[in-house]
Design a protein around this ligand. Structure first.
Ligand code: ZN
Length: 277
């Protein structure tokens, strides 16, 4: 059977469903039945307004009573808090990093103190040798030899100023008046011997630089530091922290300490003077 929908038949269908009768049949058989003619269009409008009102009421109840935290999936809230968690995590990581750096500095400082202790021990040992010398021919010869050797360094003991590897030797012919110790950035630099800071500042070629004047016409220079923690005119003792290894100045290529020893106005080879080379 072929079903066709002509314009006329659709119009007739709408006309037929546009109105209907609502019939109220009472349970009590003595009461009369009532009927009410209703327009389909009006029923549709009523249903739309009704559902919209219910929707709005529900929406307000949920937001006013903060029920969204119960209704909204946990994953959504988690993603909302994720940003905060990431930020907190970053803060914790930064703190951990700082603690680690402090620990490293602590270890370095400990090493500096240990170094000073061992040096003091060496000086004490030398003193004990000297005290044993009196009244013995063999010891007098020994003392003469000892004095001869110590006169080479004019009785100043120079300490290696940094824990690093010798990367460039003393070569005055090629304008290298000291030695280079390659070391990680911010490795502590120690005063090689007791003295006074005659310069602590920045120069374009050598970056942050420290010059210490020692007794017996000795001078030591420390170049390319990242930080210097002493000022001109300050007194320093051997093994004291004076700065940190860096890569400052135009003549520096890579993190290292350029160290020079000068004696009576001339640069000397630090390899021959440093105690713990
Ligand atoms: Zn150098």
């Amino acid at each position: 059977m072929k079903v066709t929908f002509s314009k006329e038949s659709i119009k007739n269908l709408f006309r037929r469903i546009s109105h209907f009768n609502l019939v109220f049949i009472p349970t009590d058989p003595y009461l009369s039945t009532k009927s009410l003619k209703v327009s389909s269009f009006k029923v549709l409008i009523f249903l739309l307004i009704y559902s919209f009102t219910i929707f709005l009421a529900g929406f307000y109840i949920i937001t006013l009573l903060n029920l969204d935290t119960l209704l909204i999936p946990k994953s959504y809230i988690e993603s909302r808090n994720k940003k905060e968690i990431i930020e907190l995590n970053e803060k914790i990581l930064n703190l951990a990093k700082e603690v680690e750096e402090l620990q490293i500095t602590n270890i370095k400082l400990k090493k500096i103190f240990e170094k000073q202790d061992s040096l003091n021990q060496k000086i004490k040992n030398q003193d004990s040798i000297k005290s044993k010398i009196q009244g013995n021919v063999f010891h007098i010869i020994k003392k003469t030899l000892f004095d001869l050797f110590s006169s080479i360094s004019n009785e100043i003991i120079f300490l290696k100023p940094v824990e690093g590897i010798l990367s460039n030797k003393f070569n005055p012919d090629k304008g290298h008046f000291g030695v280079d110790f390659s070391a990680k950035e911010n490795t502590p630099i120690l005063a090689s011997a007791n003295g006074y800071i005659s310069f602590a500042g920045f120069t374009p070629d050598y970056g942050y630089e420290i010059i210490i004047i020692h007794s017996n016409d000795f001078i030591t220079k420390y170049k390319h530091c990242s930080v210097i923690i002493k000022n001109t005119g300050q007194r320093v003792i051997q093994g004291e922290l004076i700065g940190l290894v860096g890569n400052t100045g135009l003549k520096s290529h890579g993190s290292h300490l350029h160290f020079e020893i000068w004696h009576k106005g001339k640069p000397v080879n630090p390899e021959k003077y440093l105690l713990n080379f």
